[in-house]
Design a protein around this ligand. Sequence first.
Ligand SMILES: [Zn+2]
Length: 80
Amino acid sequence: MKQLTLRLPDELYEEAKRIAEREGFSFNAFAIQAFNHYVKNYEVPKHKCFLCGEKADLELDDGRWIYDNCAQIQGELSQR
Ligand SMILES: [Zn+2]
């Protein structure tokens, strides 16, 4: 099985940690729940990333769709 490493943007990580604390479960438990939710949604792709053709789950302002990995890369590139 392929191993996945998920890296959340800092503000998303903080937000997730806050929610986990508020709801009274550990961050890991919350992360697993969120991941399961994500995987479940991932099974039914409706759009394809305009960059790489992967299943996309983020819609851009101009109506194109992007895979969140690519969006993150784009975001990092545009910050330079
Ligand atoms: Zn892509």
